[in-house]
Write a protein that binds this ligand. Structure first.
Ligand code: ACO
Length: 428
């Protein structure tokens, strides 16, 4: 604690401590204000200006376009680390050495079998079910197959739960897609790396040898790293708040998946592809849609451009654009949807409307394009986001439990009716 802040309410003055973080972000600590002031609270719908926790995991500065996990820049990590190293870093706080990383992956692989009864649950879903709903349900169902809740004071139990979910989750992701496509629910190959195995589990056909394309593997690895954490967003806050009731890890993750499902959160990459499809069906005229996006009387916006937090550029988009170019170049895919995306990107980057408002393509613009090029169905895009975000959710859940944070329980200001007398049914 350093400075103090003074608040005056009803003629009375209160001194509140000011907390300064390691990157000099400041916060007024109001945790004891209600008690001191006899019931005055602060209100902030959507928590736009409310810090819910102190966290050592991710630092984000939207104005400067900075994203760091545990102090390492996202650029450095995307260039030099792989997804599992980043997962370990996020969850346990330090980069693993070779031995620790090998053990981590070996332990994850040992946990990569999913109880066969989960297939019966999956079978009960209609093929039309959205994969995010299915993934959330299956993740929750895992709780029933490992019912004992984690003793968070035991490092060993915590570690076991973490490797268990990191092992089983990719299987659920793959099965969610395979079920929709009518493909058999089988496993990948534990001789492969984590990301290679995910791809094999998703795309393997029973009558063909599956071969990984290293450019696709690298692009997916990067995408997962870029999505691995983004501090206290909607799904992460959900995981923390559900976990704060001491609900188990898998139940908390299942709630996070539901939060991510929404179009205002993880659903944006799906919205990009839906927009591109719409433009194609309307004749593919990108100029027309550029004009619509700039027209103040038209509600249309270019999906995948602009960002609520990043007001300069999205550092993740810069990294992933390169991977998108490599994947499209290597796969040599002829796809009018991808041509439309490239056309829009080129036009927007040169258009003063977008340049002046700093509306750059965001990570979802490129991730949607890469997933499409990889042959991943549009409805699965948010599932891929969840796969990437899993280590971040786990890290945040673990931090919250280890810090012994209290149960999340916001206050409210009541604006309804004052006390009134009950009116019997026949008198209303
Ligand atoms: N297309 C056209 N114009 C845009 C767009 C866009 N995508 N985004 C912003 N603008 C314009 C606004 O009309 C506004 O213009 P004005 O100053 O002339 O009134 C100006 O840019 C500023 O826009 P705001 O709405 O104030 O920016 P805000 O920070 O509120 O919105 C948001 C950010 C929601 C991401 C917005 O840019 C948008 O709707 N983008 C498209 C949806 C999208 O891609 N969402 C995913 C974000 S990434 C993620 O969530 C992981």
């Amino acid at each position: 604690m350093s400075d103090n802040a003074t608040i005056e309410v009803g003629g009375k003055s209160y001194e509140l401590p000011v907390f300064t973080g390691t990157e000099n972000e400041q916060a007024i600590d109001i945790s004891k204000f209600r008690g001191a002031s006899d019931g005055v609270i602060t209100i902030d719908p959507g928590y736009k200006n409310t810090g819910s926790c102190l966290s050592e995991i991710t630092f984000l500065d939207g104005e400067k376009g900075i994203l760091r996990y545990r102090g390492y820049s996202i650029e450095d990590l995307a260039e030099n680390a792989d997804f599992l190293e980043v997962a370990y870093l996020l969850i346990f706080g330090e980069l693993p050495d070779t031995e620790t990383l090998d053990k981590f992956y070996t332990d994850i692989k040992k946990e990569s079998i999913v109880d066969d009864d989960i297939k019966k649950i999956l079978d009960a879903f209609p093929k039309s079910a959205h994969p995010m709903g299915v993934l959330s349900s299956l993740t929750s169902a895992l709780t029933a197959f490992s019912p004992s809740s984690v003793n968070v004071d035991s490092d060993e139990e915590m570690y076991k739960s973490i490797v268990r979910i990191l092992g089983k989750f990719p299987v659920l992701v793959a099965w969610t897609m395979r079920k929709k496509q009518g493909l058999p629910l089988d496993y990948g190959d534990n001789k492969l790396g984590y990301v290679e195995n995910v791809l094999k589990m998703m795309f393997n056909k029973p009558n063909e040898e599956y071969e990984n394309n290293p450019i696709v593997v690298e692009a997916l690895d990067k995408l997962l790293i870029l999505h691995a954490d983004h501090e206290q967003n909607c799904s992460t806050s959900t995981v923390r708040i559900v976990g704060s009731s001491h609900a188990g890890l898998f139940a908390s993750l299942s709630a996070g998946i539901s939060a991510l499902w929404g179009p205002l959160h993880g659903g944006a990459n799906q919205a990009v592809l839906e927009m591109l499809n719409g433009i194609q069906e309307d004749g593919g005229d990108t100029n027309k849609y550029m004009a619509k996006a700039k027209d103040k009387n038209d509600p249309f916006r270019l999906m995948g451009f602009g960002h609520r937090v990043y007001k300069n550029f999205d550092p993740r988009a810069k990294i992933i654009k390169k991977a998108a170019d490599e994947v499209l170049g290597d796969l040599g895919i002829e796809d009018p949807i991808l041509d439309i995306a490239e056309g829009l990107e080129k036009e927007a980057l040169a258009d003063p409307y977008f340049v002046d408002r700093k509306l750059y393509p965001n990570v979802d613009f490129y991730s949607g394009i890469i997933y499409r090029a990889m042959g991943i169905p549009t409805e699965m895009f948010t599932v891929m986001f969840a796969l990437g975000r899993l280590p971040g959710w786990i890290a945040q859940w673990r931090e919250m439990r280890l810090n012994k944070e209290p149960i999340g329980r916001p206050r409210q200001i009541y604006t309804g009716e004052n006390l009134r007398s009950f009116v019997p049914l026949d008198k209303r």
